[in-house]
Design a binder for this molecule. Structure first.
Ligand code: GTP
Ligand code: MG
Length: 265
């Protein structure tokens, strides 16, 4: 029989621009329902939910923040002792994706200014929300790469259809328990991308021609094409990188190399 562990009190918060769906994601998880009408959070909403996970009872305190600039002073009061952050953007609103760094900076600056601890002790998950809607403008590959560079877990979610919501909470709570058992320090379970990998993926996806994609100049030799291909293939091989950004980049790489080698046959 497995041993019952001591109950644990957990504090998580939600952040991200206004209207990205923070309150709806929390409502979906806690109340299993979706409200299509927008009810703006005024300052902070607070709720508690009890969860049983891996033979442990959790009392999860959720502080659902308003995403409005106006409420910065109110949010500032509640960052202390946070163990988990649900960072949310809306896949149909690019500016909500572009604001993610500002949200991390707000938390970091408030914690530092008030000597309330380090952001490195907080577990982050990123929700790419509203995937049920058409008109998506933020690509899954780009968002996953952003999350990987930060070492955050990434979920595609819909508060409306419930896609990804339970999985996201389960991962977040499990990571917080792991951090607690590790003396309060989150354990890095995400394999993050190196700077070389990110640069290579972005260059392959955004370049105008095959020479640029492989980091070569027009007029290069066959040997230079092969060498560059080998170096990039090592960096991006799908066996090592199981996320869409690198798989797509790997396909572009193969096609670019094949096209360039035609010039030498
Ligand atoms: P603030 O409290 O102002 O910071 O906003 P919020 O991030 O809490 O947004 P909220 O959860 O209130 O949702 C904003 C609007 O988006 C509401 O009209 C929701 O019904 C809608 N919404 C939220 N999540 C989803 C989703 O996954 N799919 C769709 N289609 N609509 C969603
Ligand atoms: Mg809200």
């Amino acid at each position: 029989m497995s041993k019952i562990k001591k109950p644990l009190k957990i504090k998580i918060i939600s952040v991200g621009n206004s209207e990205v769906g923070k309150s709806c994601i929390i409502k979906r998880y806690c109340e299993k329902r979706f409200v299509p009408k927008y009810l703006q959070t005024i300052g902070i909403d607070y709720g508690v939910t009890k969860v049983n996970l891996n033979n442990r009872e959790l009392k999860v305190n959720i502080f659902d923040m308003s995403g409005h600039v106006f409420f910065h002073e109110v949010r500032n009061e509640f960052y202390k002792d946070t163990q988990g952050v649900i960072l949310v953007f809306d896949v149909t609103d690019r500016s909500s994706f572009e604001s993610l760094d500002d949200w991390i900076n707000e938390i970091k600056q408030d914690l530092e200014a008030n000597k309330h601890g380090s952001i490195d002790n907080i577990v982050f998950v990123l929700c790419a929300n509203k995937i049920d809607k058409g008109k998506r403008v933020v690509d899954e590959g780009d968002a996953r790469i952003w999350a990987l560079t930060k070492g955050f877990h990434y979920f595609e979610t819909s508060a409306s259809s419930a896609a990804g919501v339970n999985e996201m909470f389960e991962t977040l709570l499990n990571e917080i328990i792991n951090a607690f058992e590790n003396g309060g320090k989150p354990i890095q379970t995400q394999t993050s991308l190196s700077k070389d990998q990110i640069d290579a993926i972005q260059r392959l996806k955004n370049s105008k021609d095959n020479y640029e994609r492989l980091g070569l100049k027009f007029g290069c030799t066959k040997e230079e094409v092969n060498n560059s291909f080998r170096r990039l293939a090592k960096l991006l091989h799908p066996d090592k990188n199981i996320h869409p950004g690198s798989t797509e980049a790997f396909k572009i790489l193969i096609s670019a190399k094949t096209d360039l080698l035609r010039n030498f046959s």
